[in-house]
Design a protein around this ligand. Sequence first.
Ligand SMILES: Cc1ncc(C[n+]2csc(CCOP(=O)(O)OP(=O)(O)O)c2C)c(N)n1
Ligand SMILES: [Mg+2]
Length: 789
Amino acid sequence: MAQHSRPHLAGIAALNRKVLWLSQWMVHHANHIRPNVDGVKVGGHQASSASLATILSALYFGVLKPEDRVAIKPHAAPVFHAIQYLFGRQSRDKLQRFRGYGGAQSYPSRTKDTDDVDFSTGSVGLGVAFTAFAAMIQDYVRAKPWADTSRPEGRMIALAGDAELDEGNLYECLLEGWKHGLRKCWWIIDFNRQSLDGVVREGLYERIEAIFTAFGWRVVTLKYGAQQRRAFAEPGGEALRRWIDQCPNTLYSALMFQGGAAWRARLTDEIGDQGAVTALIERRSDAELAELMANLGGHCLETLLDQFGTETTDQPTVFIAYTVKGWGTPLAGHKDNHAGQMTAGQIETLRLAHAVPAGEEWEPFAGLDDPAIAQAALAAAPFARQVERRYRPPAVPGIGPQWQGPAATSTQAAFGRILDAIAKTDSELARRIVTTSPDVTVSTNLGPWVNRRQLFSRTPIPDLFQEQRIPSAQKWSFSPQGQHIELGIAEMNLFLLLGAAGLSHQLFGERLIPIGTLYDPFIARGLDALNYACYQDARFLLIATPSGVSLAGEGGAHQSIGTPLIGMAQDGLCAFEPAFADELAIIMDWAFDYLQRDGEVRSDLADWPRDVSGGSVYLRLSTRTLEQVPRRPTPELAADIIQGGYWLRPPTARTEIVIAYQGVVASEAITAAGELGGARDNVAVLAVTSADRLNAGWHASQRARRHGEPGGSHVESLLAEVPDRAGLVTVIDGHPATLGWLGSVRGQRALTLGVEHFGQTGTVNDLYRHFGIDADSIVASARVLLRGH
Ligand SMILES: Cc1ncc(C[n+]2csc(CCOP(=O)(O)OP(=O)(O)O)c2C)c(N)n1
Ligand SMILES: [Mg+2]
């Protein structure tokens, strides 16, 4: 084991004391000192923070290098902020506003915090799995000839609570990691044997060990601290070790809470022998005995620094670090301590124990015997080196819309052709695209792209079918050059991988244009991971197909209803549902640029629709073939498509009805307009390519007017051309609320058609008639409006 110089160890120990104090004080201050103006609980987790204080101190002050990337256990955020504060990368003001407006965030946030958060966390389990996908993306990028490999490789490290292991997404991730030869990934489990509601079941350790071993991970257990190991070597020590090993989790926790006298009584009662063991116990005061029993591996700097500091293998490794929830505080071990906070009296006692003078609670080094050794340890920390940790590589240029297709096609088929056209080019864009799909690569038309660009694997795997000359449409071999990452059927993994790939530019300094495909209804299966990826501001293109009831024979189980609303409501994700292939080509070309935008979000929120700051893009596509509109889109039309809509049949002074549609029901809208209008020319058709963009623009305009600015938005301009008396019929193969708001823009009467119930099998015509989104229903609705005149 590595030897640490005494001053170095003492320096980190001093910093650890400060981290513990500052994290506890931060929560106390937010809840009990800062005025509470609305009576709503502020919250914060003192016990969960204390549990991880030593491990994080060992990592940040002794082990981490700038190239490492870390996901912090969400409810240990105060510890992370305290560490950054000691490094001088977090302000006192933000700590004082912890959980307040503009303050340090409740859970570490890449986008909202200013103190160098690598991965946001909050929804337990996701941050942990994210590190594994980040490790895979690091490997993917470094295998490419265009990558700058002079940057050192980092370790992707997660700090996980033991109860986080209940989240199923971790096991989906373990399986995927095994398939892809995961490396350079550490998961450090804060094994305090407590969750939110209580103490975890006995025997968890054995389960964890078996599971990780089965997936090819190395399991390292950090159970005893150095003090304990030394005590075990004393006469009678072996009996103490046996007792610790056999002690149930609940009892250990309870004794931890009760303290030294309780430990003495219990140990004397159960293993006291009037000989060596009794002497071992008697040699220690109550306080020393409590300290010894709390000296578990996860609270022993010596043990942690030795272990983490000497790791050399790239094998994924899980460290099971035994800890005490609430360690070093009066909350230690109590089963109800998750949201528990110290009383004013208790924090005062802690302040005195830490020798922090009153009024100097926020002083970085207050109460230390020798602040100089703490400062020296800080300066010596490898992590303290001032190097770039968040990169901003240049954007990859686009190559223009790619579409020369047949007269009739579906948007899904067109997507496959467009990507194939890109694959044929020798462009930077084509090189930087990485595709992925959870076992629906072929059925979402990614096949032609994959045939050209092949699959990624760190070690080559030839296509046996091809070698044996067995005819197959898929010519798939795996190699480090491959550009498709094939996933098993787990949509959570898809979104976590897209999230990691979508942060590659910032994490690893190399731009990727990630494209993921899945069936539209299964967005719901990975929704939290999608939300999580967006929250981290990851950038990717999501292709969701088939969708709606238009997938007909596939039945109700595969039909999506609410996804257009998800597209509208999901922050950081811009949703389109094109009807025609030329629209799709224009949107994809725009998306490649939009994904890479990173303009500053203005503090006055002027960029409400995120046009400057960019985001991810979701395209809802269909397998239904439509006759294409014979046209060559002008730049004006292209701009309207991107803004969210254009007049397929413009309004005139005679217009009485506007049919506004989104997506594949374009043909029904066009048919209905023909039937209704005929020569009277009283029907206009509004093609909505993105209810999301139209709506966001409209909201931005309203905001602007509230702030005394002129406002104006695309949807207002479009509808301004419509006579006041005209009624609106909206139609979509999805929830009618997607377009229902259009009537409010100018206060027009609107009837909104869409799908509100689970579908069933049938032909497209059967189902459109059933749900009332066919041409007849549009005509009937229009007639209702016309009669209302
Ligand atoms: C997906 C999700 N569900 C529920 C919660 C609420 N929650 C926060 S922490 C926690 C349990 C924490 O236990 P553990 O992971 O063992 O951490 P400890 O506090 O013991 O260190 C729960 C249920 C959450 N943050 N995310
Ligand atoms: Mg726990």
